[in-house]
Design a protein around this ligand. Structure first.
Ligand code: COA
Ligand code: AMP
Length: 632
């Protein structure tokens, strides 16, 4: 039996002992008396009687334990041609100063603070300042537009919003302030104040009495000698709410607690990513996504690593060698990104010639997640990097790996197309739609036996019922991942597709239902369906099919342009919605359900069986013809 199997079996036979042992890596104000409290919360809670502070574990304890002069965060921004570093001591000063500014704005433990920022150092400081106060942050990705931000404002009701004057995308500066003002205007809930970082690329006007200048606020704290201690919170108190796409336009507010999140995330740094404190860890993602929360900010800092905060793209900033430059310049040991980033690099530099310019001697391993890692991309990355490439599978809901290759325990043989095996904490099963466990090698619903481990979400923000309905009710006793997959004889998992209407575009999780709601709001649209079509670079791309109202006689091209613009305005550029196809009819079952999965196969040109329940199979030919005419 390998070491992984021994540890996994050890967890299974004594989960309490396993997690109490892992909890020793955390500095508690009051250590928990036991790990799991089965009768608390919707489906149990972790470390309930523990008291702690996440910021203390990410910052203060390292300063106290001799890591003060070590780089905590390296900001590398090829898009603005700038770099800077904060040591753990400097990070603490910045976090304390911003925490004091938040206190002056009345923010106290339990209050929500929305963070709507680009990838700048101050974004990391903002998350940690909230954690220091026990305030609950909710980061909203910069690629979302006002209406999406407004939805989140109304759901979590922040007392304050921390933002910036602008973000920078290749070839354009995104003015955040109009988006922020627009969202506050749209939202029913109004925050008391905002703290806005003025960036030199584009400054913005501040509203007197509501908007405060980030730099001035922080300076005022420093001048006043601010000293803000870490606030005691219960292990079960929320650290953050992160909204993620569900099947409708109303995103789900995934709640992360303090104690369980610390224990689990810290455990992953050595056991899954194989890094030791002091090493340089880089997650090339965005603080707006869960990968950014767990592996740009909390995991590496909790573990005493140096984390890289990268403001740029894998290609075009300035070229497809930028990842190699960052790795060599900052001596990165481990990189974590989405497969789409490597597909983008491969497209620009198929032979991987640019890497030869850089010293990659410190680099040990590449980790991929966020979408299916296709074997071609993995093979290419292995050839270029000459290191193992590790696929691992997780979700915003879990916050850390469900199935992966636990490199720090044992590098398991790699099977291409599989994120490898279940991590301790996760008892993964593959079941039929009726909930019967399926034999090995059969495709079915991937579910996890309850309870979910520490770090995974205990509920949705203010929505216990939705939590139960969306995740726990369909397969009683199990968490529904909404992914379909196969487990083979060796316990290797293969994740094949989502079982709901979520699509994955460039590693970003998007709701087709949300896009349909926007398209249906166009006055000329009678009915619509959005599907995810296969795309060689981004994995999937959204494609909209719409039936126009009878009597509409405007040029179809105008309507298509308006619809594309509407989705960009309402959801944001991140939706990458650029295909709108007019159709006469949509394929449906006899009971009226749109056959989106079949449409997807028709458009992708893959084999499919005409569903027995289809109302009129001829519509599939019409879809194909419309697709060829308008988008193919
Ligand atoms: N603020 C504003 N706009 C943003 C944005 C942000 N933070 N992030 C992306 N956008 C915009 C892009 O500029 C693009 O706009 P466009 O339609 O005008 O070109 C649009 O949103 C779609 O973005 P994206 O799908 O990311 O496409 P891209 O062409 O900009 O980049 C990749 C493609 C593959 C290079 C990029 O998605 C990438 O690096 N992905 C891998 C890393 C990652 O993000 N992982 C996430 C989870 S781990
Ligand atoms: P997110 O919540 O944005 O992290 O998206 C989670 C979803 O992305 C999962 O439910 C999967 O559908 C998909 N996903 C993430 N990682 C992988 C992976 N390694 N392999 C296959 N699909 C993945």
């Amino acid at each position: 039996m390998g070491v992984y199997q021994e540890i996994y079996d050890g967890w299974k036979s004594d989960p309490e002992g396993f997690w109490m042992d892992a909890a020793k890596a955390i500095d508690w104000v009051k250590a928990p008396s036991k790990a799991f409290f089965a009768n608390e919360g919707v489906a149990g809670r972790w470390f309930s009687d523990g008291i702690c502070n996440t910021c203390y574990n990410c910052v203060d304890r390292h300063v106290e334990n001799g890591r003060g002069d070590q780089a905590a965060i390296i900001y590398d921004s090829p898009i603005t041609d700038s770099q800077s570093t904060l040591t753990y001591t400097e990070l603490k000063e910045e976090v304390v100063a911003l925490a004091a500014a938040l206190q002056r704005r009345g923010v106290v433990k339990g209050d929500r603070v929305i963070i709507y920022m680009p990838m700048v150092l101050e974004a990391a400081v903002a998350l940690l300042a909230c954690a220091r106060l026990g305030a609950v942050h909710s980061v909203v990705f910069g690629g979302f537009a006002s209406a999406e931000l407004a939805t989140r404002i109304d759901d979590c009701k922040p007392k304050c919003i921390i933002s910036a004057s602008c973000g920078i995308e290749p070839g354009r500066v995104i003015n955040y302030k109009p988006l922020l003002d627009g969202a506050i205007e749209l939202a029913k809930h109004k925050p008391n104040s905002t703290i806005v970082l003025q960036r030199k690329q584009q400054q913005c006007d501040l509203i007197d009495g509501r908007d405060f200048d980030y730099a001035k606020e922080v300076q005022a704290s420093k001048d006043g000698g601010a000293d803000v201690p870490c606030v005691d919170v219960a292990a079960t108190d929320p650290l953050y709410v992160l909204y993620t796409s569900g099947t409708t336009g109303q995103p789900k507010g995934v709640v992360r607690d303090n104690g369980g999140h610390m224990v689990a995330t810290h455990w992953t740094m050595k056991n899954i990513y194989g890094v030791d404190p002091g090493e340089i860890f880089w997650a090339a993602s965005d603080v707006g996504w869960v990968v950014g929360h767990s592996y740009i900010i909390y995991g590496p800092l909790m573990h005493g690593n140096t984390t890289i905060l990268f403001e740029g793209k894998p290609v075009g900033t300035p070229d497809a060698g930028t990842f190699w430059r960052v790795i060599s310049e900052h001596k990165v040991s481990v990189l974590f990104t989405a497969p789409t980033a490597f597909r983008a690099i491969k497209k620009e530099d198929p032979e991987g010639k640019l890497i030869s310019k850089y010293d990659m001697s410190n680099f040990r391993m590449l980790y991929l997640a966020g979408e299916r890692a296709d074997p071609d991309t993995i093979h290419w990355a292995e050839r270029i990097l000459k290191t193992p490439v590790i696929d691992h599978w997780w979700q915003t809901e879990t916050g850390w790996t469900i199935a992966g290759n636990p490199v720090g325990i044992e590098l398991m043989p790699i099977k291409y197309g599989s994120p490898t095996v279940a991590m301790p904490g996760y008892d993964i099963r593959v079941v039929s739609d009726e909930g019967e466990e399926l034999p090995r090698d059969e495709l079915g619903n991937v579910v996890v036996k309850l309870p979910l481990p520490p770090g995974a979400f205990p509920t949705l923000w203010n929505a216990d019922e939705r939590f139960k309905e969306a995740y726990l009710e369909e397969f009683p006793g199990y968490y529904k991942t909404a992914d379909a997959g196969i487990m083979d004889e060796d316990g290797y998992l293969f994740i094949m597709a989502r079982t709901d209407d979520i699509i994955n575009v460039a590693g970003h999780r998007l709701s087709t239902g949300g896009m349909e709601e926007v398209i249906a709001s166009h006055p000329d649209v009678a009915e619509c369906a959005v599907i995810g079509i296969a795309d060689a670079l981004k994995g999937q791309l959204p494609a909209g099919f719409m039936i126009l109202n009878a009597g509409v006689d405007r040029p179809v091209a105008d309507i298509q342009t308006e619809i594309i613009k509407l989705v960009r305005e309402k959801i944001g550029p991140v939706a990458a919605f650029k295909i709108a196809v007019p159709v006469a009819r949509l394929p449906k079952t006899r009971s009226g359900k749109i056959l989106r999965a079949t449409m997807q196969k028709v458009v992708d040109g893959v084999d499919f069986k005409v569903p027995a329940t289809i109302d009129d199979p001829a519509i599939l030919d019409e879809i194909k013809a419309s697709w060829s005419k308008h988008a193919g």
